[in-house]
Design a protein around this ligand. Structure first.
Ligand SMILES: [Ca+2]
Length: 473
C-alpha cells in the first residue's frame, strides 16, 4: 500500500510539474536608454506621441511610480539581472563589469527550461565608449550571465549599428530599435513552438546620444532645435518597434501568455533637450531626485493582468523577485541580500502601500523611498541627508527633515544599516568564496588590446571616428 502511495505521489508530482512547465509564460523585458518619466503620450507629453506605448498602457498594468534601480545605465542593468542594488554587484557606475559571482535572472530561467536571449545594449562587461560589437570570448558577455543567444553591443548604438551575434560582426542597416526588435522576433519565431518558454531581453539604445533619427521620424518636431528633433525622433522609432513587437506576438498567437515588461534605464536628459524629458519632476539622469530615478513602466500580460494604473512604488530591483514568484524559481537562485520584492500582489488587487523600502546608492549619493517619504543623501559619507514628502511636494522643493525629525531619524538609521550591508556585499561577503574574485577594470575599448586589430576598420565609421581620434590624440 505504502509503495503504491509513493508511486502515485511521484507520478502526480511529475504530471503537475510537466503541466506547469507547459503553462509558464514567455517573458520579454524591453528597456529604453535615457527615456525620461515625462516622455510618453500617456503622460500627456506636449509634442511626443507614443500610440503603441499608450495602447500597451491601456491594456496592461501602468506603473506610475516606477524607479530605475539607479540613475545611470550600467548600474540599473545590474539591478535588473540580480534584484540587488548596483553597488552590491560591483557595478559602481557606467561601464563597470558585473561580477561573475552574481546570480542572474537569465541563469535562473535557463535552469527552469527557458530559452534565453539578449538583444542590444549590454554595458556590463567593463567597457566604456560608444557601443562596439562584443567580442567572442569576452568573459563578461551576455553568454557569461545565462543568455544562450545574443546580438549585442558593449554600449549604446544608433542608426546602421555594427553589432555582434555571438561574437560574429554584423553590419546592420536601418533604425536600431527596429533592427533589435526584428532580430528578437526571429529568435521568438524559432523558439516559441517548442516545449520551453522564452526569456528575451531587449535593451534599446534610444533615445541616448548620439541623437540620430530619420527625416520621417523627426519631421513632426520641426519646431524644436536639431538635437531635440533627433532625440524625440528616436523615441518615435522606438514606439513603432513596440507596435511591431506587440502585433507580431499576437500574430504568432502567443501574446496572451507573454509578459511584456517595459521601462527605461534611468531618468531623462537635462536642459539641452526641449521640451523637458522628466514631466515636471526635479533633476535629471545621474541625480537621486525623482527626475533622475523615476521612469515610465508598463507590464502587459493579457491572460493574467487586468488593465490598471497604480501608484504602488516599484523598481527594477523588483523584476527578478517578481518573475521568480510567477515562474516558481527556487529561493536559492537569488543571491542574498535581495533589495527588490515581488510585485505580483499588485497585479489584480487594490494594494497601495509598499512594506519594503526602495534603497539606492551610486557613488556617494543615495536615497531611500518609503511610500510617500523619501530620504535623500547628497553625501552618504558626510551624512548630508534631507527628507521629502512626495505626495504633498512631488517636485521635492521643501526639505522636511527639521519638521519631521522622528521620521527623518528612523529613515536615516534604516539607510545607514542598509548602506553597511552594501559595504559588506561590496567586499564579497555574500559570495561562497567570502571575497571578490578578480574582475576586469573599467576602461575604454579604444585602448583595449583585444580591440586594437579592429581600430583601422572602426575609424572609417562615423560613430567611432571622432572617439578613436580623441583617444589617441
Ligand atoms: Ca541610459
Amino acid at each position: 500500500m505504502k509503495y503504491f502511495s509513493l508511486v502515485f505521489i511521484i507520478f502526480f508530482n511529475l504530471a503537475c510539474n510537466d503541466k506547469s512547465s507547459k503553462n509558464k509564460p514567455n517573458i520579454i523585458l524591453i528597456m529604453t536608454d535615457d527615456q525620461g518619466w515625462g516622455q510618453t503620450g500617456y503622460y500627456n507629453h506636449p509634442i511626443l506621441k507614443t500610440p503603441n506605448l499608450d495602447s500597451m498602457a491601456t491594456n496592461g498594468l501602468r506603473l506610475d511610480r516606477f524607479y530605475a534601480g539607479s540613475p545611470l545605465c550600467s548600474p540599473t542593468r545590474a539591478t535588473v539581472l540580480t534584484g540587488r542594488s548596483n553597488d552590491r554587484t560591483g557595478v559602481f557606475s557606467h561601464g563597470y563589469a558585473l561580477r561573475l559571482q552574481e546570480k542572474t535572472l537569465a541563469e535562473a530561467l535557463k535552469k527552469k527550461g527557458y530559452k534565453t536571449a539578449h538583444f542590444g545594449k549590454w554595458h556590463l562587461n567593463g567597457l566604456k565608449g560608444p557601443g562596439v560589437p562584443i567580442l567572442k570570448g569576452d568573459n563578461h558577455s551576455p553568454e557569461s550571465f545565462g543568455f544562450d543567444y545574443w546580438i549585442s553591443t558593449t554600449n549604446f548604438f544608433d542608426l546602421n549599428p555594427l553589432m555582434s551575434r555571438m561574437g560574429a560582426f554584423f553590419d546592420f542597416k536601418g533604425n536600431s530599435s527596429e533592427i533589435i526588435v526584428n532580430e528578437s522576433l526571429r529568435f521568438i519565431e524559432k523558439n516559441h513552438s517548442s516545449e520551453s518558454p522564452f526569456f528575451v531581453v531587449i535593451w534599446d539604445g534610444s533615445p541616448h546620444d548620439p541623437f540620430l533619427a530619420s527625416e520621417e521620424d523627426r519631421k513632426q518636431f520641426k519646431s524644436l532645435d536639431e538635437k531635440s528633433q533627433n532625440h524625440y525622433g528616436e523615441l518615435v522609432a522606438f514606439d513603432r518597434s513596440i507596435g511591431v513587437l506587440r502585433k507580431s506576438l499576437k500574430d504568432l498567437g502567443i501574446s496572451e501568455n507573454t509578459i511584456l515588461w517595459f521601462c527605461s534605464d534611468n531618468g531623462g536628459l537635462g536642459e539641452a533637450i526641449s521640451p523637458s524629458t522628466v514631466g515636471g519632476l526635479k533633476g535629471f539622469k545621474g541625480s537621486m531626485w525623482e527626475g533622475g530615478l523615476r521612469v515610465p513602466s508598463i507590464i502587459e500580460w493579457p491572460s493574467t493582468i487586468k488593465p490598471k494604473k497604480t501608484n504602488y512604488p516599484a523598481s527594477t530591483m523588483d523584476i527578478f523577485p517578481t518573475i521568480a514568484e510567477i515562474v516558481g524559481l527556487p529561493e536559492s537562485e537569488m543571491l542574498k541580500p535581495i533589495d527588490g520584492v515581488s510585485i505580483v500582489p499588485v497585479f489584480n488587487s487594490k494594494i497601495k502601500k509598499r512594506e519594503n523600502k526602495i534603497p539606492f546608492r551610486l557613488e556617494d549619493k543615495g536615497a531611500l523611498i518609503n511610500n510617500n517619504m523619501k530620504l535623500l543623501a547628497h553625501s552618504i559619507k558626510n551624512e548630508n541627508f534631507e527628507l521629502y514628502d512626495l505626495k504633498n511636494d512631488p517636485k521635492e522643493s521643501i526639505d522636511i527633515s527639521k519638521t519631521h525629525p522622528d521620521i527623518f531619524e528612523v529613515m536615516k538609521m534604516e539607510y545607514t544599516a542598509w548602506n553597511n550591508s552594501v559595504d559588506a556585499s561590496l567586499k564579497g561577503e555574500d559570495y561562497p568564496e567570502g571575497k571578490v574574485l578578480s574582475q576586469p577594470k573599467t576602461h575604454f575599448w579604444m585602448g583595449d588590446e583585444n580591440y586594437k586589430i579592429y581600430l583601422e576598420e572602426f575609424i572609417l565609421r562615423p560613430e567611432y571616428e571622432r572617439r578613436i581620434k580623441k583617444f589617441y590624440k
